[in-house]
Design a protein around this ligand. Structure first.
Ligand SMILES: [Fe+2]
Ligand SMILES: [Fe+2]
Length: 164
């Protein structure tokens, strides 16, 4: 039997596994970022988003359910790299007035990665006719965008000035 060419369904499942893995890594990282942040607002933002991230993992389980698959992650080198860069900032800028600006930047790289993934998955779910999945992915996408905007505000509002 010849191997079947892979389809958009396969791509959708692979990418779902990628972001599922990524979200779980992010869930572990956000408390460390909250602990490292010096401004109370930034701390709060990381804590709030940690709670949201828990919901993101749950929603992804529901998306797996929609397509009749068990939730499973697949190592995502991109998020590991982004998180690693964030760790370096925490270490190298500890005690520096530029620390929060660096944390905001690291967190925005995470959010943009998530926005890219959820935007793609939402479009593919639409294409594949998984309406319930579209709704779930869109809810999370909105929260990632809101978080990104809040981080922009916190960055331009205080962290960058303090850093300069
Ligand atoms: Fe997320
Ligand atoms: Fe996020």
């Amino acid at each position: 039997m010849a191997t079947q060419p892979k389809t958009l369904d396969d791509l959708f499942l692979d990418t779902l596994k990628d972001i599922y893995y990524a979200e779980k890594q992010i869930l572990k990282t956000l408390p460390k970022m909250a602990k490292a942040a010096s401004s109370p607002e930034l701390k709060k933002a990381f804590e709030t988003h940690r709670d949201e991230t828990e919901t993101h993992v749950e929603r992804l389980s529901e998306v797996f359910d929609v397509i009749g698959k068990a939730p499973r992650g697949k190592t995502c080198d991109a998020i590991l790299g982004i998180i690693e860069e964030g760790k370096s900032i925490m270490e190298e800028f500890e005690g520096s007035p530029a620390l929060d600006a660096g944390l905001v930047a690291a967190a925005q790289a995470v959010e943009h990665y998530e926005m890219a993934r959820y935007g793609t998955l939402k479009a593919w779910a639409q294409q594949l006719g998984h309406k319930d999945a579209v709704k779930l992915l869109d809810q999370t996408l909105s929260e990632e965008k809101k978080t990104d905007q809040l981080l922009s505000q916190l960055g331009t509002g205080e962290a960058n000035k303090q850093a300069a």
